[in-house]
Design a protein around this ligand. Structure first.
Ligand code: AMO
Length: 428
């Protein structure tokens, strides 16, 4: 008999014969009957057995979290809280779980994050923890499908590279036969090269590696970057694409994951677009009003961003950043070259995306390398792509884990990563 998912039982008629496979969450043995709570990826169900020697003998020995097979019939007249159960006819153990468990699955007392991450496979069995990843998957699905509809093609660029893109100090070195190489910080250079290749609109979802020394609640050393690059476009086009992509991701998650939001006790509404835009200089005014001194050309500190973020209830862009705090590839603003055609998307005080119109003129690009005291020779393959017909272009990079974190109001980015990599953790 084929397997029935627990989540589909309600759609079946009373009395239908079914076979359920799942984890044995709980067993209770009474005088005449026994109860098993079974769990699969779609939910939990109670199976009730009339005690007889054969089944009782098995039920007594099933350890928590063992994989079991239960055969029985759907009982929709159940007096249980769920109003539905399985009247079990047979039960067998498919694979026994050892005891004691490294981490309980149903436990009113939450273990601390470190303990949970050490036994992540158990932690992920919890309904509210699994919900985070189901929602993250839908978010990404919605963003992907939006970009696909907008004629972006999905690409895959190398993660073992020879040069830095986002600043030289945050690189993980790797030995590449007789050469030195690094894990890529961002697909930046490659996505731009693909504009010269004539692909017009590309996106990539992949790992990005940052050897940042500090351990914070919003930094990972490996994160998932959603990157786009589009030709014949500027920063304004890129911002429009971003707000629409995020709205689409949230729309899909809200549509498809009602149970998961409920399990997390979180309610989310689809944000209205366009998102507000505020310039870097307007932000300086905002923090100035709080009596804080700030020098033009610096980056905002977390404290500054808290002040700015307190003015907005959701997503907003900070635009026109000074060239001093943006990478070499960022297009200066024509009317005021101290500034750039760049933006960050913020949610309250947290940055979720960076993006910009890029420099496309090879001469200007070389100047920007020199200004940033970078060695052009290390970027030869990139510069070459600008010399033989590079269209104007723009794009952004959006951190998937940050997006999930802010959407669900989680206070640590590790919660949104299956197996986080931080300053001290590379296992599991
Ligand atoms: P940036 O370095 O700002 O820009 O990164 C873009 C987005 O990626 C996420 N992010 C991180 N998430 C978790 N842990 C980290 N250590 C981390 N670092 C970055 C954030 C951030 O907003 N090439 C440019 C993008 C572009 O211009 O297209 C870039 O990488 O959400």
């Amino acid at each position: 008999m084929p397997r029935t998912y627990i989540g589909t039982l309600r759609g079946l008629e009373d009395g239908t014969r079914v076979v359920i496979y799942g984890w044995m969450q709980e067993a209770r043995i009474m005088k005449n009957i026994s109860f098993l709570i079974l769990r699969d990826s779609t939910g939990t169900i109670q199976a009730t057995f009339k005690n007889n020697e054969a089944t009782l003998d098995i039920i007594k020995r099933i350890s928590r979290e063992s994989i079991v097979r239960v055969e029985g019939t759907v009982n929709k007249k159940s007096i249980s809280k769920a109003g539905i159960e399985i009247s079990g006819s047979s039960v067998s153990v498919v694979n026994e779980a050892e005891a004691p468990l490294p981490l309980p699955v149903v436990d009113p007392v939450q273990a601390d994050l470190e303990t949970r991450l050490n036994s992540r496979f158990m932690d992920l069995r919890k309904r509210n923890i699994a919900a985070i990843f189901r929602i993250e998957s839908s978010l990404l699905w919605g963003i992907r499908s939006y970009l696909h509809d907008q004629k972006f093609i999905e690409v895959h660029t190398p993660k073992i590279v020879a040069a830095a893109t986002e600043g030289g100090s945050d690189l993980f070195p790797v030995r590449y036969f007789e050469k030195d190489a690094y894990l890529n910080q961002s697909p930046q250079l490659y996505k731009e090269v693909l504009m010269s290749a004539g692909f017009d609109r590309v996106f990539e979802v992949g790992p990005a590696f940052r050897a940042e020394e500090h351990n914070t609640t919003r930094h990972l050393n490996e994160f998932t970057s959603i990157d786009i690059e589009m030709s014949f476009a500027d920063h304004n086009d890129a911002m429009t694409m971003l707000e629409n992509a995020i709205r689409s991701g949230i729309e899909i998650a809200v549509r498809d994951n009602a149970d998961d939001f409920e399990a997390l006790g979180v309610s989310v509404s689809v944000p209205e677009t366009p998102f507000p835009r505020i310039t870097y200089e307007q932000c300086i005014d905002v923090i100035g009003k709080e009596g804080i001194d700030f020098t033009f050309g610096e980056d905002f500190s977390p404290e500054h961003l808290r002040i700015i973020g307190s003015r907005f209830s959701g997503f907003y862009f900070i635009t026109e950043w000074p060239a001093s705090v943006r990478p070499f590839y960022t297009m200066p603003k024509t009317e005021d070259p101290r500034l750039t055609n760049s933006f960050d998307l913020q949610y309250h005080e947290i940055e979720v995306t960076s993006g910009a119109q890029r420099v496309h003129d090879p001469k200007m690009l070389i100047e920007r390398f020199n200004e940033k005291k970078l060695n052009v020779n290390s970027f030869q393959f990139y510069v070459d792509a600008f010399r033989y017909g590079m269209p104007p272009h723009a794009g952004w990079g959006l951190g998937l884990e940050r997006l999930t974190m802010i959407l669900l109001g989680l206070n640590n980015i590790r919660e949104t990563t299956l197996f986080p990599r931080d300053r001290t953790r590379i296992v599991p």
